[in-house]
Design a protein around this ligand. Structure first.
Ligand SMILES: [Zn+2]
Length: 335
């Protein structure tokens, strides 16, 4: 499926919201409009880099089942939001035991180390590992999972989440679709005063998530394209940080060695193994090959129609402001 068809799927989504704007293109109370950074193109909102620290004081949580999910699908966005002032946390929901060489136990350790390196690469402040078993996330209690995320959202005062799209199509990995479903409901329930009231007695306050950036590794109803040209190298760094699984690792060096054995050389891979590893991620993983077998357009393909060198796409859900307040200010009369 071509990128265009995927983006056009956004037409099915109805009214769209952009950060700082409600579904009717108005600025909700308490939010400054950011016209300079957000423009509409058809039904897709374009998000560009913003100078300064417009998000100072805000908190984001990047929530991934596995060490490589956020780097691959949202590494550019997360690095961009951190550069623009967010404080960020990385929440990993499984222990990644099924990936990597060696035993399952070694996989757990190596992925744990990779995940810490991902947080450093993206500028995230701290990691939280929920450590549910890999590939078995449909087995534990969803209520337990939800309660743990609600506690973290309240504890960290999370305003914005980046995670898998609960409504992404043809996702086969239960860790992905279960995490997505639980994240979506936990983000809402964290703001309710009657859910987990003992957390409130312990000193936490209800705190609902206000903005959501959802990604998918298949067909998706995307409504936002984010220019990540300024943070593409941070994204590459975060993918390189995952050495135990995923398409990064030492693949560049291996390809360079295979070609050398045939007395061939690819100039894009550079002249040493580490340059080859990073350039392989940039030019093969994020461009040439991408995840086309899963109908995921490459970051180059997402950006091209909008004039961006590199871009990521999301289903974005933002704050909604009632038009009632505005109506009252314009129409209420004194009694
Ligand atoms: Zn994954």
């Amino acid at each position: 499926m071509k990128r265009r068809e995927l983006i056009e799927g956004a037409l099915l989504g109805g009214a769209l919201t952009g950060s700082g704007l409600n579904a009717f293109g108005q600025s909700p109370a308490g939010h400054q409009p950011q016209e300079a950074s957000f423009t509409r193109k058809g039904e897709v909102v374009i998000e560009r880099a913003v100078p300064g620290k417009p998000h100072a004081g805000k908190v984001l949580a990047a929530i991934q089942p596995h060490a490589d999910d956020v780097p691959l699908f949202a590494g550019g966005l997360v690095a961009k939001l951190i550069a623009e002032g967010y404080t960020g946390y990385l929440i990993r929901t499984t222990n990644d035991e099924m990936t990597g060489g060696g035993s399952r136990g070694e996989g757990v350790l190596h992925n744990e180390q990779d995940n810490e390196a991902v947080a450093r690469a993206l500028g995230l402040k701290k990691t939280y590992d929920l450590s549910y078993r890999n590939h078995r996330l449909d087995a534990p209690s969803p209520q337990d999972f939800k309660g743990r995320l609600i506690l973290l959202f309240r504890l960290l005062q999370v305003d914005t989440i980046v995670s898998y799209d609960h409504w992404g199509l043809y996702e086969e990995n239960p860790d992905h679709y279960v995490t997505a479903a639980v994240v979506e409901s936990a983000g809402w329930m964290a703001g309710m005063s009657k859910d987990y009231p003992e957390q409130l007695e312990a000193g936490l306050k209800p705190h609902g998530v206000k903005e959501k950036y959802y990604f998918a590794r298949g067909p998706q109803i995307a409504n936002r394209v984010v220019d990540i040209s300024g943070t593409i190298d941070r994204k590459v760094e975060s993918i390189r940080a995952v050495a135990t699984q995923g398409p990064g690792g030492e693949n560049g060096a291996r390809l360079r060695a295979r070609l050398a054995a045939r007395r061939l050389r690819l100039p894009i891979l550079g002249n040493d193994d580490e340059t080859a590893n990073r350039n392989y991620i940039k030019h093969v993983v994020l461009d040439l090959d991408s995840l086309h077998e899963r109908a995921v357009p490459s970051d180059k393909e997402v950006g091209a129609p909008y004039g961006f060198e590199w871009a990521e796409r999301f289903r974005y859900i933002g704050p909604y402001a009632s038009r009632l307040e505005d109506y009252v200010s314009r129409n209420a009369v004194r009694i």
